[in-house]
Design a binder for this molecule. Structure first.
Ligand SMILES: Nc1ncnc2c1ncn2[C@@H]1O[C@H](COP(=O)(O)OP(=O)(O)OP(=O)(O)O)[C@@H](O)[C@H]1O
Ligand SMILES: [Mg+2]
Length: 156
């Protein structure tokens, strides 16, 4: 499904809806060009998810760990050159854990993404406006679609 957000406030609302759909083992993939808003959306999700720390982009460390209502793992794989490098970082242990994992630039490792995941492609079309194309598979994804449809109805 496709959602349009007009400003940061809308992105925050979507972030909250996503946060409430995350469960043990959910993997959320965020794609979109530089400055699309992947980290910004992650910050809104984290706050609603109960992460008290302020999240910054893990561009150099690739993975950062936080604690919310469940463990919260934030990855930025922009600098990853091969999928093997991900395994060296313990990728499998993160995505098949009791926590939730958010992966910015997931398209760089698309060969090793789990089949059950939520994917969101963000596109900037004006200073503050974005489109978000959302697809995926699994329980968290099904729940998210249901909640986003409710949200859309309140907008119309
Ligand atoms: N509706 C919106 N949603 C998200 N970000 C927005 C929105 N409107 C403006 N912005 C701004 O766009 C910028 C998005 O930057 P952000 O770091 O989140 O992008 P990114 O996709 O993570 O980029 P990178 O690929 O470098 O990691 C921020 O400065 C944010 O404030
Ligand atoms: Mg980012």
């Amino acid at each position: 499904m496709k959602i349009t957000v007009n400003n940061l406030k809308d992105t925050e609302k979507i972030g909250k809806i996503i946060a409430d759909c995350l469960e043990k083992g959910t993997v959320l993939c965020l794609d979109g060009d530089l400055g699309a808003g992947k980290t910004t959306l992650t910050q809104f999700i984290a706050r609603e998810f109960g992460v008290s720390e302020y999240i910054t982009s893990p561009t150099f460390t690739i993975i950062k760990e936080y604690e919310g209502r469940l463990p919260f793992y934030h990855m930025d794989v922009y600098r990853i050159n091969s999928e093997d490098d991900m395994y060296d970082l313990g990728y499998d242990e993160y995505i098949y854990s009791e926590g939730v994992t958010i992966i910015e630039w997931s398209r760089k490792i698309k060969g090793i993404l789990p089949e059950e995941r939520i994917s969101i492609e963000i596109e900037r079309f004006a200073d503050y406006a974005r489109t978000m194309v959302i697809y995926g598979k699994g329980k968290s994804y099904d729940k998210l679609v249901k909640e986003l449809k409710k949200y859309e109805n309140t907008c119309n």
